[in-house]
Ligand binder design. Sequence first.
Ligand SMILES: *[C@@H]1O[C@H](CO)[C@@H](O)[C@H](O)[C@H]1NC(C)=O
Ligand SMILES: *[C@@H]1O[C@H](CO)[C@@H](O)[C@H](O)[C@H]1NC(C)=O
Ligand SMILES: *[C@@H]1O[C@H](CO)[C@@H](O)[C@H](O)[C@H]1NC(C)=O
Ligand SMILES: *[C@@H]1O[C@H](CO)[C@@H](O)[C@H](O)[C@H]1NC(C)=O
Ligand SMILES: *[C@@H]1O[C@H](CO)[C@@H](O)[C@H](O)[C@H]1NC(C)=O
Ligand SMILES: *[C@@H]1O[C@H](CO)[C@@H](O)[C@H](O)[C@H]1NC(C)=O
Ligand SMILES: *[C@@H]1O[C@H](CO)[C@@H](O)[C@H](O)[C@H]1NC(C)=O
Length: 380
Amino acid sequence: MENYWSTVILVFLLAAVPPSFQQDLTPYCRGYKWIVIDCGAANTFYDGSIGKTWETDDSYIQAGEKKLVSISTIRDEMKTLRCFPSGPKNCYNLPLENHSNYLFVPVFCMETMTTFKSRQHLALSNDTIYHEFIFTTGKKGHVNVCLIQTQANQIPFISSLEAAPVEETTYRLMTKNMALYFESRINYGANQSVPERLPLCVDLYSRIWKPEQVSRYRNIDDFIGWTWLVAENYPPSAVLETAIVANNASESIFLPINFREKYQVLAYFVLYFDASTVHPFMEESETTKLDIFVDGQLVNITQFPIMDSRLVVSVCPVNVTGGTANLTISVAEGATTPPFLNGLEVFSVIGVSKAVRSSTDLSVFKTFFGLVMFSLYVVL
Ligand SMILES: *[C@@H]1O[C@H](CO)[C@@H](O)[C@H](O)[C@H]1NC(C)=O
Ligand SMILES: *[C@@H]1O[C@H](CO)[C@@H](O)[C@H](O)[C@H]1NC(C)=O
Ligand SMILES: *[C@@H]1O[C@H](CO)[C@@H](O)[C@H](O)[C@H]1NC(C)=O
Ligand SMILES: *[C@@H]1O[C@H](CO)[C@@H](O)[C@H](O)[C@H]1NC(C)=O
Ligand SMILES: *[C@@H]1O[C@H](CO)[C@@H](O)[C@H](O)[C@H]1NC(C)=O
Ligand SMILES: *[C@@H]1O[C@H](CO)[C@@H](O)[C@H](O)[C@H]1NC(C)=O
Ligand SMILES: *[C@@H]1O[C@H](CO)[C@@H](O)[C@H](O)[C@H]1NC(C)=O
């Protein structure tokens, strides 16, 4: 009965949204198809919170079984999954464009896992396992996303799968020989009332920005805009209009950033600044200039131009060891306004060159099963 009702509600939601409106929400994708798959779902549905329509996975994979799960989640796409009780490897085939950049997000809902009848013997967290990659497709375009059984008593499954086309100028320090693996994306200063997942009309790539206030600094959380901004990587206004600010110019902002892996990794940092959020009434005589350090090493001196308060600083590669990078932002010599930060993105770099194609490249997947992006080492 419960399943019957959820189906009816989903169909109703879909019917309630005019088709023209659904199309209007994806204008910035260079005509390339977004792939937004609700794995194991019986029906497509329109998701107003992110402004996208979830499609079923029927045209991407035949193997495996669809499961409906009864869990309490606000995310409808987490209520179904596709699992693979047989076969060592099962693959989704995604028709992506050749030589193009994509933001790729497979999600595994762990709560789903605990309620779904199988032979799990693992202590599972109550979490959504969110992975994200940014990579460039090879000359074939098509990408196989494979779920691999790594232990005999475990059944691989997947809840949702998304691939968003990304402009070539976005994440500009990424080369064709690297993929970026998401570590964190933080909307500093924003309180919990700002959603993590912003809709397409606010974030071009519908990225997850975790709102975070840091109590030892001043948090600026009064924002007005719900749009994306023309700056490097198109940050949403909801990110640039909130910030953390040091209490005075002699204090530094110090942020330890955690990585998933404890061994040495190369990292990609993107720091988002909007001086007008923090110093709206700046005098001409005041200068905003910041020194940025990672683990004590100076990686950028950021001088804000007089006419433009927004600045996006990308730094790559940065060596990180031991699973934590200490990010420090201090006032540079001669400047007078306290250091601040609006937003931060951190990725680890996965090499995809011909020389390093061993499975250790993909050891970021230390989950209980392996997920391998085939294209990373077959197509390239
Ligand atoms: C899992 O999350 C739900 C909703 O967030 C919560 O109500 C429940 O107590 C959590 N369960 C465990 C075991 O943490
Ligand atoms: C990429 O795709 C375009 C359009 O389908 C095609 O014209 C072009 O030859 C392809 N490039 C390569 C290297 O395969
Ligand atoms: C969060 O920020 C919004 C916008 O500035 C504000 O209206 C709201 O009161 C804040 N909520 C909390 C709990 O601080
Ligand atoms: C700057 O702020 C920090 C932290 O609040 C404080 O410890 C320090 O004394 C302040 N320095 C000056 C010069 O006011
Ligand atoms: C990062 O900062 C912490 C706390 O100050 C310190 O213990 C640690 O050694 C620092 N790590 C590096 C790599 O500098
Ligand atoms: C710091 O970053 C800015 C913005 O990306 C760049 O223009 C500038 O050259 C960088 N400066 C240094 C010293 O790396
Ligand atoms: C990172 O560390 C390795 C050795 O541990 C070194 O060869 C390489 O040059 C370093 N890269 C950067 C960007 O510092």
